[in-house]
Design a protein around this ligand. Structure first.
Ligand code: SF4
Length: 579
């Protein structure tokens, strides 16, 4: 039982360590959760095994970077934004603050007891099948830290239930729950009562709109079985899976209503990294993305300001990480706005409102390069408002996707609007130039094996585009992260890109080129930032940067040697001509 309260809370919400870490104040480092943790197949006769056993990224290093969130008596001081929304929706709809707790993963067992009805876990990449993770673990041949710590959390929950005599239903939610369809044995292993799934593949349902009605239905056993005769906003589907001669079952709960903006609750406690939301949905229609399937809605400035004030008042936060799918779409109507022309006035008003709260730093999470340069006054004006400077650089994640004009035109033509697919290389180069000149640094993601349709020529076009950026604009600042194709959005019927078995030589080349680039800019820079306040630490982290950068490049070189001369030739060609 936790201090200060007389009984265990009815609803315990939590998330694993990789989602409950401030990552030493560097929000983009949250990608480290995708790093490989365990190699179950490592030979016991190797020196590496003698040194590290099965560990791939040493746990001591990972745990240092992914430091645990602070807490008070086991109650997390900060939590993932989505979890905060669920908490807020319950309190808004009549649950008392003593009935709902957001628990620190290391102390979750204190809160689970006989009175606990539901344990809700927030899961973004529970089985390490997200695109970044699949890339780092060679298609799940190794276990990622995301999966490692999610498993660890479920084991803790199960132990606590057993020890404390709890019959609580464990329910997994958020955008990664689709992964249980691909490894249903885990449903049983983790003892999951249910999995909240969106109606459209990987897209997470907006359960915060449903609030208490969802938890009431859970608690009252209304979701135990599928009942086609009762009208219910939650559709229960009992799925049956056969895997290697074994049968597995899972209760998947679907919810597909999209709340209107005023039905979306406002957070009541601080979110991780100071995250707040300004919009849901994106009208650009990229075929490989599930966000675009949601209707587009914008928060009014007052609602955004309220959430920042919560983070400042109760979390002492001085920054606002603005969740957006394409921030440059904010305030426009994709059906009527010609060529997706950004609504500069709306964006200026939004960022002025954000800065009026007194925060010191803000940056949007995502934006498109085309949107950034569609109006030449847009980035300079926003930069002025948010006081971007060499000491206040603005990070933004942008989809680079591919250097192939053919692929971008086929799968994401509106991502480029108002420009044409044939102008893609120009858009990338000018986008980076404009962003960098105004103190923004894009973190690019690329998709490897897009819809299993990427040809040798497509891969080389990507390598050449990155290289031409490095040579034509040598001072450019950007990072590149290759992701393997995962079938979601309009391509949910396609197959995963199987990086472990089907990566041809040029695709390995794309991966190698992106890491070469990151090594030069991203990793060294990150480590310098971590160690900047202490010269000894600085030397240590510079060494660490060399090791971290060298490890994936070395691993890819070894992989190429194993695969044969064609793969080796591509690596040699990149080293000789594209470095
Ligand atoms: S621009 Fe980004 S968020 Fe919008 S549809 Fe394309 S990939 Fe999805």
């Amino acid at each position: 039982m936790y201090k200060g309260l007389l009984k265990h809370p009815k609803v315990v919400l939590t998330a694993d360590r990789t989602l409950m870490s401030p990552y030493r104040g560097i929000s983009l480092a949250s990608f480290f959760g995708c790093a490989p943790a365990i190699d179950p197949n490592r030979s016991h006769n190797t020196l590496l095994y003698k040194l590290l056993r099965n560990q791939v990224t040493p746990r001591i290093l990972f745990d240092f970077i992914c430091n645990p969130i602070s807490h008070h008596n086991g109650i997390a001081d900060y939590a993932p934004y989505g979890l905060r929304k669920v908490e807020a929706s319950l309190v808004r709809d009549g649950y008392s603050t003593e009935d709902v707790v957001v628990a620190h993963p290391d102390y979750v067992e204190k809160f689970i007891g006989p009175e606990t009805e539901v344990v809700g876990t927030y899961e973004m990449d529970p089985l390490g099948m997200g695109p970044v993770t699949m890339t780092f673990t060679y298609g799940r041949k190794q276990m990622s830290y995301d999966e490692f710590y999610n498993r660890d959390l479920h084991m803790k929950i199960n132990r606590a239930k057993e020890k404390n005599g709890s019959k609580a239903k464990v329910i997994a939610g958020a955008s990664g729950t689709w992964q249980y369809n691909y490894d249903p044995a885990k449903i049983e292993e983790y003892g999951l009562y249910g999995i909240v799934e969106g109606d459209l593949g990987g897209i997470g349902p907006e359960i915060d709109g449903a609030g208490a009605s969802f938890f009431d239905a859970l608690i009252n056993n209304e979701l135990d079985t599928a009942n086609p005769f009762k009208k219910n906003p939650f559709k229960v589907e009992i799925k049956e899976f056969e895997r290697s001669g074994n049968m597995y079952h899972g209760r998947f709960i679907h919810y597909w209503n999209e709340p209107k903006v005023d039905e979306i609750p406002t957070i009541i406690n601080p979110s991780m990294h100071g995250m707040i939301e300004v919009m849901r949905g994106c009208g650009r229609g990229c075929k490989f993305c599930d966000v675009t399937l949601r209707p587009l809605r914008y928060y009014p400035v007052e609602k955004v300001v309220k959430e920042i004030e919560i983070n400042m008042k109760y979390g002492g936060l001085k920054n606002a990480w603005v969740h957006s799918d394409d921030i440059f779409v904010y305030g426009l109507n994709p059906r009527t706005t010609k060529n997706m022309q950004p609504n500069r006035e709306a964006l200026e008003e939004l960022f002025s409102g954000i800065m009026s709260t007194g925060i010191e730093h803000t940056n949007p999470t995502h934006g498109t390069l085309a949107g950034a340069i569609a109006d030449e006054r847009l980035i300079p004006n926003i930069s002025k408002i948010i006081r971007a400077s060499p000491d206040n650089m603005i990070g933004i994640q942008c989809g680079f996707e591919t250097g192939s004009i053919r692929l971008i035109g086929k799968y994401a033509d509106r991502k480029l609007s108002p420009f044409k697919p044939s102008e893609w290389h120009w858009v990338v180069k000018n986008g980076i130039k404009t962003l960098n000149e105004n103190y923004w640094v894009p973190a690019f993601t690329l998709i490897m094996g897009l819809d299993n349709d990427e040809t040798v020529e497509d891969s080389w076009e990507t390598i050449e585009l990155i290289h031409s950026l490095e040579t034509e604009q040598p001072d450019s600042k950007f990072t590149t992260t290759p992701l393997t194709f995962v079938p979601i959005g309009l391509l949910e019927k396609s197959d995963f890109f199987d990086i472990g078995n089907t990566m041809d030589a040029p695709k390995l080349g794309v991966m190698y080129k992106t890491w070469q680039h990151n090594f030069k800019y991203g990793i060294q820079k990150f480590m310098h930032k971590v160690g900047r306040d202490n010269p000894v630490k600085n030397v240590f982290f510079a060494g660490l940067a060399r090791t971290l950068g060298g490890v994936p490049l070395g691993a890819m070189e070894r992989y190429a040697r194993k695969r044969g001369p064609e793969h080796e030739r591509v690596i040699e060609k990149i080293k000789a001509n594209y470095w």
